[in-house]
Write a protein that binds this ligand. Structure first.
Ligand code: SAH
Length: 378
């Protein structure tokens, strides 16, 4: 099938995602009238049809052809774990090798859904459980959207997802095309109808893809910084060897971010590693001139993590120093720790334990994806 504008393949499945552009092209190629696209999209995203067969105002031949050509964004969680803080973690077994997680985090009046963009992750951050899995595969746009629809199906009658964050498993910008297509579907009136302004993409700092994302979408950007010198960041986040701090910060400084918006900088607090008063001062210096929000994340542990969380007092003092330098800084409250749903804890929940680090101290070599959309990190 020819791939033209709007007809990007739905990576992972070798199929197209259900968008107006893809459907119109696909319908035209088969001699079906264009108005069928509207009907199909309504079935998929409004009425949430469980199958193409259920789309009973479409001719049977069209239903069969659709079933052969497209996948529905219908994922069924194999497990829904409830935390005692009402955080809910949905586990999806996509295929034999790939399990992913999405986390619903109520924080009234907000209800944030944290979604995954890859099964596993190839970025090899030393303090993250998902990194221990390595990259298993990219998710398709359909699978990314499927997490949102499945989470919506779990909601109580009075609940509505207010925000979506790409902070689950994987590096979203290493799966660029699928993530941008998912953002289009999530934001569109014909799709899920959640404004892009309520969507945040978090990245380890893949510089060219960040620049592209700001041009291609209207989402919020979050950058996982977690260190204030290259010597510190290289071993914690191997991506830093490819895009060192100076490059990353210069690019952030030059991004055309709208007036009222800020870039979030996430900073995982690791005892004795990156939590000194000097770090706080350096952090403030790094962010000077950038409309930023610092989000301090107390480290969440997992088996054989090799790091400890900074004490509460240290985190607080760090925050105070950053605030005193005139920056905006918050401490992320840990949610869902009891069900391993907190930041950095997402890994195969079915597995008894997180894979161990191959060699303590030295970070594992960064894995590259099997697809072209992955940005190799040298
Ligand atoms: N790959 C993207 C998206 C994942 S977001 C990124 O790294 O930004 C997940 C966030 O949780 C990141 O900010 C990451 O630095 C943070 N994190 C990873 N491991 C953690 C841990 N063990 N405890 C707390 N935060 C962690």
């Amino acid at each position: 099938m020819a791939l033209e504008e709007g007809g990007r393949t739905d990576a992972g499945l070798g199929r197209w995602a259900l968008t107006p552009a893809a459907l119109r092209l696909w319908l035209a190629e088969r001699g079906f009238p264009a108005y069928r696209a509207t009907q199909i999209l309504s079935w998929v995203y409004r009425r949430r049809a469980p199958s193409f067969a259920a789309m009973n105002n479409l001719p049977q031949g069209l239903r069969d052809a659709l079933a052969a050509g497209f996948a529905l964004p219908a994922l069924t969680p194999t497990v829904v774990a409830h935390s005692n803080d009402d955080t809910r973690k949905l586990l999806f077994q996509l295929d034999e090798g790939a399990a992913i997680e999405a986390v619903l985090i109520p924080d009234p009046p907000r209800l944030t859904l944290c979604i995954s963009s890859q099964a596993g992750c190839g970025m090899a951050c030393a303090f993250c459980a998902t990194a221990r899995l390595g990259l298993l595969r990219n998710l398709s746009a359909t699978e990314i959207v499927g997490q949102v629809l499945a989470a919506q199906a779990q909601l109580r009658p009075n609940e509505r997802i207010s925000n979506i964050v790409f902070m689950g498993m994987g590096e979203p910008l290493a799966n660029y095309d699928a993530v941008v297509q998912a953002i289009e579907i999530l934001g569109a009136e014909w799709g899920v109808g959640l404004s892009a302004r309520r969507i945040t993409v978090s990245t380890v700092g893949l510089v060219p893809a960040m620049q592209r994302l700001v041009g291609d979408t209207n989402v919020n950007l979050a950058v996982s910084l977690s260190a204030t010198t290259d010597a510190q960041r290289d071993p914690l986040m191997p991506v830093n060897r490819r895009y060192p701090l100076a490059t990353l910060m210069a690019m952030c400084r030059s991004l055309p971010i709208p007036q009222r918006r800020r870039i979030t900088f996430e900073y995982v607090m690791l005892a004795g590693v990156n939590d000194s008063p000097e770090d706080a001062t350096r952090l403030a210096r790094l962010l000077r001139g950038i409309r930023s929000k610092v989000n301090l994340i107390p480290f969440n542990t997992f088996p054989d993590a090799g790091f400890a969380c900074s004490s509460e007092a240290t985190v607080q003092r760090f925050q105070e120093r950053v605030l005193a330098a005139g920056l905006n800084a918050t401490i992320r409250r840990s949610r869902g720790r009891d069900i391993q749903a907190a930041c950095g804890q997402l890994a195969l929940s079915g597995a008894a334990e997180v894979p161990r680090r191959r060699s303590r101290g030295a970070p594992k070599p960064v894995q590259e994806s099997s697809t072209r959309t992955q940005e190799p990190v040298a």
